[in-house]
Write a protein that binds this ligand. Structure first.
Ligand code: AMP
Ligand code: MG
Length: 477
């Protein structure tokens, strides 16, 4: 008789097979009392996984890493501008990859699964708050159409984690993450620094095949990654998102955002906004993000130079530099396109950028809420606030022209999210979860998963709340 129980998904080890030097076989710890806290059922179905099966004993075994073939990945990186030759999955394992029903290959990755050979001084554990934070951020960015890794599930392990800065002892947790892959700029740095050109070449081929199949060789890969990062960071800027720790090991080759630790979303628009307690110099401030992306891409380019022209390093550097020099204009193109959509206008790039600069200066001067401003534009509530102010008057005139145009869409849907993971509300939800009440975190996950549609019962999540100005995050990644 045929069993009605769906089979466990076939997990492949595409990465470990192609690049055995870039990971070590490693098993996750067995958690004493795993409890599923949150499952993204929609994502499960997208992956071809049955949510009911994932909740079963076999499903929990998969979600806690109790499967064959898992590995801890090696990588290096520049952290806050300083090279670190050996990082790697210190508290995570790659479960493997699968091909979803649409033919896309994705990694399943488990964070918080215990010490690995890359753990250095760390305990290998992950607290519940930061794992929920990563789930919320990935879900929100995805709902806003931004390329991102996503949480499939968050579980508690049954252990307690020692107190850390700003937080008392808290529940241990696991995050099951879905990503196009876990190839990072830091993976290339590890290969270039420790393994040499042959392995780096294989890594290039693997990355091209997996993410940028039309790219031609290492220079083509650099070009494709620069383009993907320009698009990504433009979208972050438009949403007011601050990643917070854009080290090269936290930049994915796929162009997805990854490793949401001390990240935050702007309340008042401020170019120098920093929310991470560890970013004392403000290196990863909101307004620095495009420049940092280019800095990281330059470190990526350095790993490729020996492959671009093995005979003539100067010529290779010149060719790589020419690609890096396209970043600014690609970023501005993407940013202007996105800004025009947010403002509900069209126009030449320079015109849109000029208006944007003036509008943002106005927001900054008057400490106006980033998300609230754009949403007020969508809902026709901005006029009373800014009626007399020059850039606003120009915007209103431009928008009227658009509305009068024959092709104007009738009753257009909002371009701007209403619900964003506001620092104050997210923090309150994570604190409640820490104390055992998962209600507010669940509510936040629901709200950010449908961020454009107003729901009266979620009115309390709309505004910034009190005390967001001096907000600090203490999350590791
Ligand atoms: P990130 O914060 O993403 O830049 O990660 C820096 C490095 O620290 C990575 O190699 C992580 O795997 C590692 N790491 C972070 N937290 C822990 C922990 N609790 N135990 C072991 N390794 C950790
Ligand atoms: Mg990281």
């Amino acid at each position: 008789m045929e069993s009605s129980v769906p089979p466990a998904p076939a997990l492949h080890q595409t990465y470990a097979e192609a690049l055995p030097e870039l990971s070590v076989p490693w098993r996750a710890d067995v958690p004493p009392d795993p409890q599923l806290v949150w499952l993204d059922e929609e994502l499960a179905r997208e992956l071809g996984l049955d949510p009911a099966w994932l909740r079963s004993e076999d499903g929990i075994a998969l979600l806690t890493g109790q499967v064959e073939g898992t590995t801890a990945q090696a990588y290096a990186g520049h952290q806050f501008g300083t090279a670190n030759p050996l990082l790697g999955d210190g508290r995570a394992v790659l479960l493997g990859d699968l091909v979803d029903p649409c033919g896309r290959r994705v990694d399943l990755h488990l964070k918080g699964s215990g010490r690995t050979p890359f753990a250095r001084g760390g305990d290998g554990k992950a607290p519940l708050g930061p794992m929920l934070r990563e789930a919320v951020i990935g879900r929100w960015l995805h709902a806003c159409g931004v390329p991102t890794t996503r949480a499939l599930a968050v579980l508690t392990t049954g252990e307690r984690i020692a107190p850390r800065q700003g937080v008392t002892d808290e529940p241990g947790a696991l995050l099951v993450r879905v990503a196009a892959s876990h190839l990072r700029v830091g993976t290339f740095e590890y290969a270039a620094w420790h393994l040499g050109p042959e392995a780096t070449e294989r890594l290039v081929e693997h990355a091209i095949a997996r993410h940028h199949p039309t790219a031609d060789g290492p220079l083509g890969l650099l070009d494709a990654v620069a383009g993907a990062q320009a698009e990504l960071v433009a979208q972050w800027m438009l949403l007011g998102f601050v990643h917070g720790v854009m080290n090269t090991d936290n930049m994915a080759i796929s162009g997805e955002g990854i490793d949401y630790g001390p990240c935050a979303v702007l309340d008042a628009h401020r170019r120098d906004a920093v929310f991470s307690s560890i970013d004392r110099s403000g290196r990863y401030a909101y307004g620095n993000q495009p420049g940092i992306a280019l800095w990281n891409l330059s470190r990526f380019a350095e790993t490729l130079v020996p492959l671009i022209d093995p005979e003539d390093p100067n010529a290779a550097v010149e060719r790589a530099t020419a690609v890096l020099e396209t970043f600014e204009t690609r970023f501005l193109d993407a940013y202007a396109r996105g800004l025009a959509a947010k403002l509900g206008i069209d126009g030449e790039r320079e015109e849109v950028l000029g208006l944007g600069t003036e509008l943002f200066a106005l927001l900054e001067q008057q400490r106006i809420d980033h998300t609230g401003f754009f949403r007020a534009l969508d809902e026709g509530r901005a006029e009373p606030l800014f009626a007399e102010q020059d850039p606003f008057v120009r915007w209103a005139a431009r928008r009227e022209e658009m509305r009068a145009a024959p092709a104007a869409p009738a009753g257009a849907t909002p371009a701007n999210p209403l619900y964003v993971p506001r620092n104050v509300h997210l923090d309150a939800a994570l604190r409640a979860a820490h104390l055992g009440d998962l209600g507010p975190a669940g509510e936040m996950l629901e709200a950010v998963g449908a961020p454009f549609v107003r729901r009266p019962e979620r009115a309390h999540l709309e505004g910034p709340g009190d005390g967001g100005e001096d907000f600090l995050t203490f999350c590791g990644t």
